[in-house]
Write a protein that binds this ligand. Structure first.
Ligand SMILES: CC(=O)SCCNC(=O)CCNC(=O)[C@H](O)C(C)(C)COP(=O)(O)OP(=O)(O)OC[C@H]1O[C@@H](n2cnc3c(N)ncnc32)[C@H](O)[C@@H]1OP(=O)(O)O
Ligand SMILES: CC(C)C(=O)C(=O)O
Ligand SMILES: [Mg+2]
Length: 552
């Protein structure tokens, strides 16, 4: 039993903002994106990236379309410093991409940060210090003025160092770290003091990054905090509000989205949500959430598998199979009712004459992310007839009639119950051949036949193996099918009528085949289903009838 939490934890206080505006807004434009994979993501790895992995990640971020990249913490050591220096010196930074580096507010560390990026065309120096009570008391052992002084001193050094390296277009970001657990008015006071020193303008604004360093409240609280900050920070037009959420409560995405409603201009995060503890907000999900609302995020995830491969390699961490949009299983339905709806959804989509995506259970077209439809339906003991029929149609071109789907589904169910595992497409095809005597002997096996005319009647003359013995059979009827049934009846076959028949081509051109399906009813009321495949439609039909007779 969990202990009584009220003795140990306190509820997070509400923000006093009765006229909050954000709940009535919608996200109608993409934010500026900053990837901190090479910094916040990297600092959380068991084995931080070396220069080869950092380079690969950087190239991926550029390819995906991220224009602001936090490339590291240059004062942390030679790995980050040398990587960043090399980026600058090698001229590999595209003109429309800005690099950013983080530093504590300490002179030697700030100087090192400028040294690392000097010479870049444009660079952002990101200064931080924590401002909330626990950090003030526990980490710094300073009161509010003392903590504010850390920020002021850091800002002064930023201004001084920027003047020292005039060939670079320097921009500044300041993070009141632990913003979400700090007193809002104090964060605003510290940021205002930083502004007074760095003198941002509308043309050259300062970035105030407002982190939920540790997520401690519901996302609506974060949104209130962002709106409050935006409404009360002086000279708002000279400020870019950046959102930086972590995911300790599992609501980093929600907090970011609500933060955008509340006035956030920029989003900081990592691909697939790597980062300290439970991670930074996942940029892929935030971006694709916008995409599925019809709003282009300005990022390119059209080859999601390539992105996953590189990120997994660089982070040495797997992307979870259920990760939104990206996981290996997120476009796969195993369960019968989902499969049925998805199959109908694809058919509906094909019939409709517009581009609107409306397939039940699939919030995004897998093809938009470079994924195929192959894995959309997979079969196990939870599956239904629709799923099984989908696999046979996709992989073998068979369009089973509905009642035959139900008949075959019982066979598949038995198989999945006995094997207790997922069935492959090969397993299902094997079961289909077995069940309907395709490429497999039964009581009645066709070798050759002719169809003769006698007035309006047809006469079937066939050479068959019946119960293992070659026999010549003949039967008369008003069509090919009834003449076959008559012939079978005379040789121990079931007395039956045709209830349903359908056929279709499999494939096109010279290699095309025909598939025929029958449903028959015996005189004692049993339903017999059969399927036949042949290069010739009539022969496929004869095979389907034999298949039904064999199944008794
Ligand atoms: C929320 C975040 O993600 S913040 C970013 C965190 N990322 C990293 O720390 C990765 C890189 N860091 C490092 O490599 C090292 O921490 C370094 C090189 C920056 C500093 O290392 P060290 O000098 O050994 O100090 P250490 O990391 O232990 O820092 C603790 C000291 O810095 C002070 N400090 C912490 N943050 C800040 C800050 N933002 N500004 C000024 N001082 C700070 C602490 O109060 C403490 O001071 P004290 O020694 O007087 O008590
Ligand atoms: C350094 C800051 C911005 C940070 O990563 C955080 O507060 O989470
Ligand atoms: Mg962070």
């Amino acid at each position: 039993m969990l202990n009584d939490p009220s003795r140990k934890y306190r509820p997070f206080p509400q923000v006093d903002l009765p006229d909050r505006q954000w709940p009535d807004r919608t996200i109608d434009k993409a934010p500026r994106w900053l990837s901190t994979d090479l910094r916040d993501g990297n600092q959380a790895l068991i084995d931080p990236m070396g220069s080869e992995k950092k380079s690969r990640f950087f190239d991926l971020l550029v390819k995906v379309g991220i224009k602001e990249i936090e490339v590291g913490f240059p004062s942390s050591g030679a790995t980050d410093f040398d990587f960043i220096r090399d980026l600058v010196d090698s001229g590999r930074i595209p003109d429309d991409v800005t690099i950013q580096s983080l530093t504590q507010s300490r002179r030697d560390l700030i100087e090192k940060t400028f040294e690392a990026m000097a010479g870049a065309k444009k660079a952002i120096v990101h200064l931080y210090n924590a401002v909330s009570p626990a950090w003030r008391n526990i980490v710094f052992n300073l009161d509010k003025p003392g903590v504010k002084a850390i920020a002021i001193e850091g800002a002064q050094i930023l201004a001084e160092q920027a003047a020292k390296y005039p060939q670079t277009d320097w921009h500044f970001e300041y993070s009141p770290e632990t913003f979400s657990t700090a007193e809002l008015d104090f964060s605003i006071e510290v940021c205002s003091a930083v502004m007074e020193i760095l003198k941002p303008t509308v043309e050259k604004p300062i970035i105030f990054n407002l982190p939920a360093t540790v997520e401690a409240a519901m996302p609506n609280i974060y949104a209130d905090q962002i709106e409050y900050f935006g409404r009360n920070i002086p000279n708002r037009e000279a400020v870019v509000i950046s959102l930086h959420t972590h995911n300790d409560r599992g609501t980093g995405i929600a907090a970011t989205e609500l933060g955008l409603l509340a006035g956030g201009d920029r989003v900081e995060g990592c691909l697939f949500g790597n980062g300290e503890r439970t991670g930074n907000v996942d940029l892929v999900t935030v971006a694709l959430n916008m995409y599925t609302q019809g709003l282009h995020p300005g990022l390119d995830f059209s080859d999601i598998d390539e992105v996953i491969q590189t990120v997994e390699y660089c982070n040495q961490l797997p992307v979870h199979p259920r990760h939104p949009y990206a996981g290996e299983l997120v476009f796969t339905a195993f369960s019968g009712s989902h499969q049925d709806a998805i199959k109908k959804g694809f058919a509906h989509q094909a019939k409709r004459n517009d581009e609107i995506w409306e397939v039940p259970y699939l919030p995004i077209d897998p093809a938009d992310l470079g994924r195929s439809y192959e894995a959309v339906i997979r079969v196990n003991s939870q599956s239904g007839k629709g799923g099984v029929a989908w696999v046979l149609e996709q992989d073998y071109g068979l369009k089973l009639p509905k009642k035959l789907q139900a008949d075959f589904s019982r066979t598949v169910q038995e198989l999945s119950d006995t094997t207790g595992r997922e069935l492959t497409s090969g397993d299902i095809w094997g079961a289909f051949q077995e069940r309907y005597f395709i490429n497999k002997s039964g009581r009645f096996e066709l070798f050759d036949y002719a169809e003769n005319h006698a007035g309006s009647d047809r006469i079937f003359v066939g050479k068959l193996k019946v119960d293992g013995e070659f026999r010549s059979l003949s039967g008369r009827g008003n069509g090919l099918m009834s003449s076959v049934i008559a012939a079978l009846k005379d040789h121990g076959g079931p007395e039956m009528d045709i209830v349903d028949y359908s056929e279709h081509a499999i494939g096109h051109g010279a290699g095309a085949q025909a598939a025929a399906y029958v449903e028959c009813r015996t005189t004692d009321g049993r339903s017999l289903f059969g399927a036949g495949i042949d290069t010739d439609v009539a022969t496929a039909t004869v095979r389907a009838l034999l298949s039904a007779a064999n199944g008794i």
